[in-house]
Design a binder for this molecule. Sequence first.
Ligand code: PLP
Length: 212
Amino acid sequence: MIRDHYDTVKQNTGTSAVLCIVSKHRTPEEILSYYEQGERIFAENRAEELISKAEVLPADIQWHFIGHLQRNKVRKILPYVSMIQSLDSIALADVIEKEAARIGKVIPVLAEFHLALEDTGKSGLDASEADALFAHCEKLEHVRIEGIMAMGPHTDDKARIREVFTQGRELFDTLHQTYDIHILSMGMSDDYTEALACGSNMVRIGTYLFEK
Ligand SMILES: *Cc1c(COP(=O)(O)O)cnc(C)c1O
């Protein structure tokens, strides 16, 4: 672990945000270095990698899935995940519902939105699709939608980053008027302080915590 970076992140997130340590590409030993500090939430973006790590690491780790999830991988990962942050279609919600019902589990999910439209080729819903997805998920018994996730734009322009995170915050606030949601997952290594300033209450940080 990188002590000074970790201390900085803990200080910045404080009690107002949940830290998800993004452990993709990292070894079980690297993950354990943060586990031993008391961290329990780790995030992966590939199904096979999540499963192989979950099988060798402590059972009380809460694994979050943050990558684009193919429908044919849902059955395999459901026993291991405590949250899917990358729900990006009604069709995927239906597959999660079916597979979760099969194993008698309720799966917490976040709807992923693609807000930084200048970054093409990214997955995620358009803001205009929010209502249809949320209304649909309300009807599902084994999918519990708890909030939204979004990525900031790939740029150094802090004003543009804040603009996108503000849009995420406003989308969250609008949905919150109708739906019982409480998680706004925004912010990665390079932009988490802007995300926190815009009201994020869950950050997903990898590089900064693992690379000098
Ligand atoms: C990789 C990834 C992160 C972490 O990014 P870093 O820049 O390494 O902090 C956060 N969210 C998602 C969806 C990712 O794929």
